[in-house]
Design a protein around this ligand. Structure first.
Ligand code: SAH
Length: 200
C-alpha cells in the first residue's frame, strides 16, 4: 500500500483537486453553445493516451501492486520539490480555467461569439493551461517513486501538446485573424516572452 507515505497522500490530494477543477469548469461550460468542434480520431486517441498516463497508471501505482516491479526510492527532497511544483501547477491550472471562463473546452472548440482572452494568465502566455499540465506531469514524475507511473504523464502529454498546439493556433488564427496573430507576436507559448514583442 503506497498511501502510508506523505508524498503519495499529497499526490492523491493534488489529483483530487486537479480533477475537481476540471469537473467544476466542465459543468459550467456544459450548456455553452459551440459554433465549431474539431474532434477527430487523432484528437480522441491523444486524449485517451493522456488519460492512461495521467489517471490510470498513477491510480494503479497508488492502489495496487501491479507496477511494483518498477518501484524506485528517491532521496526525500525529490518528492518535496515535486510537491512545490504541483502546488504551483494547480494554481496555474485553476487560474487558466477561470480566465478562459466559458471559452474553455477539453477539445478544440469555438464557442458562439468566441472572443480572444488576453488578460489574467493569458496576458503574456498563450497556453498557460498546457504550462500547468507540463508542470503537473513533472510533479508526478518527482512524487511517484516508480519508473512507469512517474514519467507516464510527461510521456503521454508530449504528443498531445506537440500535435495539438499548432492546430489550436491555426484554428484561432482562422477564427480571430490578425487579432490572434498580433497576440502571438506579443506572448510566449508556454512562458512569457524574453525579448521585446515583435512590432506588427
Ligand atoms: N491552449 C490554451 C487553452 C486550452 S483550452 C491553454 O493552454 O491555456 C482549449 C480551448 O481554449 C480551445 O479550443 C480554444 O477555443 C480556447 N482558447 C485557447 N486560447 C484562447 C484565448 N486566448 N482566448 C479565447 N479562447 C482561447
Amino acid at each position: 500500500m503506497k498511501l502510508d507515505q506523505p508524498n503519495h497522500i499529497a499526490f492523491l490530494v493534488g489529483f483530487v483537486v486537479f480533477t475537481g477543477i476540471r469537473h467544476v469548469y466542465q459543468s459550467r461550460t456544459r450548456n455553452v453553445e459551440t459554433a465549431e468542434k474539431r474532434l477527430d480520431g487523432r484528437e480522441l486517441s491523444l486524449l485517451a493516451v493522456v488519460s492512461i498516463g495521467m489517471m490510470i497508471l498513477p491510480l494503479l501505482y497508488l492502489f495496487s501492486a501491479q507496477l511494483a516491479v518498477a518501484d524506485v526510492t528517491f532521496p526525500p527532497f525529490v518528492p518535496w520539490c515535486g510537491f512545490a511544483v504541483m502546488v504551483f501547477s494547480l494554481v496555474l491550472f485553476w487560474r487558466s480555467h477561470a480566465d478562459l471562463g466559458l471559452f474553455w473546452s477539453v477539445t478544440l472548440e469555438i464557442r458562439k461569439e468566441h472572443r480572444l482572452i488576453d488578460s489574467g494568465v493569458y496576458r503574456s502566455v498563450r497556453h498557460p493551461m498546457y504550462t500547468s499540465i507540463w508542470l503537473w506531469s513533472l510533479a508526478q514524475g518527482l512524487m511517484l517513486e516508480n519508473w512507469i507511473a512517474g514519467p507516464s504523464a510527461l510521456v503521454t502529454f508530449a504528443p498531445l501538446y506537440f500535435i495539438r498546439t499548432p492546430r489550436e493556433e491555426r484554428m484561432m488564427v482562422e477564427v480571430l485573424g490578425d487579432e490572434y496573430r498580433e497576440y502571438m507576436g506579443r506572448t510566449g507559448r508556454l512562458l512569457p516572452r524574453m525579448q521585446r514583442p515583435r512590432s506588427s
